[in-house]
Design a protein around this ligand. Structure first.
Ligand SMILES: [Zn+2]
Length: 320
């Protein structure tokens, strides 16, 4: 058995995973970011002890611990270089957990953990080369190449949300302009709708749906607008699909993966995204022989990150 942890900006999720990749016990506690590094690490340790206790599993049965983190991880030292949402810099998370439990401990970017989870137990099980794209507040992802994770020479690769795909009307949090996540994240959709409303699209149903309070616009409001054929919602959706396809075509043209998996909150829109996306990718991809049935939805949801993190010990490339 293994322990997998998904350390997010909102919740810390811990799971005990059996050798087949099934979660046999799971717990979630809020990440109280303002508690700071030391206390949050204490929270993680307490949560691991508690789940073992509740599930009545002795620590001796645990082979390894893996943690997916929302930030950049140094492959060699297994330290978090920075995790923007947590306000963490240069944190020896792997070392601290490893010393405390005396178990091999690995940390990795959360998008890569989720890609590995889908590869082990989800929609890309048995597929050698795949790319996971998570469309949420931001855009993340991970590459599985020849059955192993690929994250570059230093461990900083697969930041697909910061692939530059054009010029945009606002800058990315990273300081650049034109990053993919400023076009295809939930945040991006909201920013675009607000911009168009400020330019005069006040008659949109979206404005009515939030009773004039534009701060209440979210991904769901926009997709509800699409279903009601609201003009602004449809325009936003067209722009979203166009840029989602541009990024995916870049990935296809560079990597030629067997499967592209779409996960994250926006993936809940399912076929409303997949069908037009496949059509748009078909128009733009270099090699027209690509099979678009291989753009699929993630199966594991939030569990993917826990399972993938738990199985990091099976991946030789991350061992320093
Ligand atoms: Zn960026």
């Amino acid at each position: 058995m293994r322990i997998g942890i998904d350390l997010g900006g909102t919740n810390i999720k811990v799971g005990i995973i059996d050798n087949q990749g099934n979660i046999i016990a799971k717990s979630s506690i809020p990440t109280i970011v303002k508690r700071g590094v030391d206390l949050i690490i204490k929270d993680i340790i307490g949560q691991i002890e508690e789940i073992l206790d509740t599930a009545n599993i002795p620590l001796e049965k645990i082979k390894s611990i893996g943690i997916g983190v929302p930030g950049l991880v140094d492959k060699k030292t297994q330290r978090i270089i920075f995790a923007t949402n947590l306000f963490w810099q240069n944190v020896k998370l792997g070392e601290i957990i490893e010393d405390y439990f005396n178990k091999p401990t690995y940390i990795i970017n959360d998008g890569i953990a989720a890609a590995l989870g889908e590869h082990i137990a989800g929609s890309t099980k048995g597929v050698k080369d795949s790319v996971l794209i998570t469309l949420g507040t931001g855009v993340g992802g991970g590459f599985i190449v020849n059955g192993s994770i690929y994250n570059g020479g230093h461990g900083w690769g697969s930041e697909i949300g910061h692939m530059i795909v054009g010029e945009n009307f606002y800058n990315c949090n990273c300081g650049q302009n034109g990053c993919w996540e400023t076009f295809v994240s939930a945040t991006a959709l909201i920013m675009y709708v607000k911009k168009r409303i400020s330019e005069g699209c006040n008659d949109s149903l979206i404005v009515k749906m939030v009773e004039g309070n534009l701060d209440n616009i979210n991904g769901k409001t926009i997709f509800d607008g699409v279903k009601k054929e609201d003009k602004l919602a449809l325009e936003t959706m067209d722009r979203f699909i166009k840029y989602l396809a541009i990024g995916i075509v870049n990935i296809y043209n560079i990597l030629d993966p067997d499967s592209i998996v779409i996960g994250g909150g926006l993936a809940k829109a399912g076929s409303h995204i997949l069908d037009p996306l496949k059509e748009e990718v078909g128009k733009r991809v270099f090699y027209k022989g690509v099979k678009y049935g291989d753009i699929v939805l993630a199966k594991l949801g939030n569990d993917g990150g826990i399972i993938g993190a738990g199985f990091l010990d099976t991946i030789p490339s991350i061992i320093p």
